[in-house]
Design a protein around this ligand. Structure first.
Ligand code: UD1
Length: 416
């Protein structure tokens, strides 16, 4: 099993380009099930979650082919609508296959999704959305069986603006006759990107980014060439790395507006942040200041996917910070590992208090999930001495060749 070995305490210096967003790619890969023709996705990083989605598309009878960094997907002749447990278990986003397969093939048998263990992660909103469009849904023996023969457009009201449920229902509705309205939907940039992709293929989806999305069903979608938005969580991770390590970093291809809450929280710290076109320049010249209070929230609030990395930052900041995790009930598994490195953190349920210390110290730690693993990398980069991180396959789910990128910025991290 691979590990990261980090010799901490180096300053960051250089320029890095942010890759395509994992959370935009995963629903778009599922949306390929809707398309009669070839899709070319430009500049796709080989995140493990992307590879797991390709395995599912291949199993369904599609073809996926890499041409350097471009990924070509051909779902013109799907052979089945079954997603077995062995494939669904590898990636949470396997559940995104439900809506598109249902819309195009009318019958689906899909196992419950796996993915990072950060809480219960129910899929009730996905299923009630499909039911609202007229699908028959039966849950039996660890599988979900859906029949969409009588589906038609309708009103779907989400009890919570779930990103995944919004996207799944959007994808089910684009090939379903009639008008669908999704109320209280997620407004994340990745939802807007999915709309843009679907519309470029010939769909009629309106208002993504607002709380009511409208979809007019069409008969057919055709293949296109597309590049997703940049990954705002990776951009945020680099910004935090610079604030922690000190030094100068230019992040190319990032959309600063999508990291606005993080950037404004850093305004009290000795950081100069300069945003121009698609570049964010960060210069960090002293010990960061604590954020004081932080609560995760749906977009445009503070992303839960940056909570763990921000906690690592608070561990070395001046002052005390209270962090509330509102989205997922078990998303604090990095805390015991950060404590091993000298972090002064107490927590109960979804609330933790981080008292910043001058230093962290290298230790042998364990990544329990993707973003929690990233927080340990950040802590290791700033810690005194050596850090070894195990279970880094979880980090590879959403960061591609992270060690090469950080090494190019003058930091000392190896995959062993
Ligand atoms: C997506 C992101 C993930 C991010 C999360 C929140 C992808 C591939 N993943 O995950 O990185 O952390 O948004 O920004 O885009 N919920 C229900 N019932 C449902 C669905 C969700 O109760 O049917 C609850 C969840 O338990 C959670 C909350 O809604 O408490 C948010 O989940 P959701 O927005 O659905 O997250 P994901 O789409 O799984």
């Amino acid at each position: 099993m691979a590990k990261f070995f980090i010799n901490g305490g180096k300053k960051i210096e250089g320029e890095i380009e942010v890759e395509s967003a994992k959370n935009a790619l995963l629903p778009i890969l599922s949306a390929c099930n809707l398309i009669d023709g070839k899709v070319r996705l430009k500049k796709v990083p080989k995140f493990l979650d992307v590879l797991a989605m390709c395995d599912i598309l291949n199993y369904l009878g599609g073809k996926t082919l890499w041409e350097e960094d471009d990924l070509i997907i051909d779902m013109s002749s799907p052979k089945c609508g079954d997603v077995p447990n062995s494939l669904a278990d590898k990636v949470r986003a396997s559940i995104f296959m439900l809506g598109p397969i249902l819309a195009r093939q009318k019958k689906v048998k899909i196992a419950y999704p796996g993915g990072c263990d950060i809480g219960l992660r129910p899929i009730d909103l996905h299923l009630s959305g499909m039911r609202a469009l007229g699908a028959k849904v039966v849950e039996k023996n660890g599988y979900i069986y859906c029949d969409g023969s009588n589906m038609k457009g309708g009103d779907v009201i989400l009890n919570f603006p779930s990103v995944g449920a919004t996207e799944n229902i959007m994808m089910a509705a684009v090939l379903t006759k009639g008008k669908t309205r999704i109320y209280n939907c997620a407004k994340e940039p990745e939802v807007v990107d999915l709309q843009n992709f679907l519309n470029a293929c010939g769909a009629k989806v309106y208002n993504a980014g607002c709380s009511v999305i409208e979809i007019e069903g069409v008969d057919k979608l055709t293949g296109i060439e597309y590049q997703t938005i940049p990954d705002r969580i990776i951009a945020g991770t680099y910004i935090i790395a610079c604030a922690m390590c000190g030094g100068k970093l230019t992040i190319k291809g990032a959309i600063a507006q999508e990291n606005q809450v993080l950037l404004s929280k850093l305004s009290n710290s000795p950081c100069i942040i300069d945003v121009k076109d698609d570049k964010i320049k960060v210069k960090s010249y002293g010990r960061p200041k604590s954020f004081g209070e932080l609560e995760t929230a749906v977009y445009p609030g503070f992303p839960t996917d940056l909570q763990a990395q921000t906690m690592a930052l608070q561990c070395v900041s001046e002052g005390t910070c209270m962090i509330v995790e509102n989205l997922f009930e078990s998303r604090f598994k990095h805390i015991p590992e950060l404590i091993k490195m000298g972090g002064d953190i107490s927590f109960r349920d979804r609330v933790c208090v981080v008292r910043g210390r001058d230093k962290l110290y290298g230790a042998d730690v364990w990544a329990s999930d993707l973003r929690g693993g990233a927080s340990l990398v950040l802590a290791g980069l700033v810690a005194e001495g050596y850090t070894t991180i195990s279970n880094i396959e979880l980090i590879d789910r959403g960061y591609f060749k992270l060690e090469e990128k950080l090494t190019s910025l003058g930091l000392n991290i190896k995959r062993i």
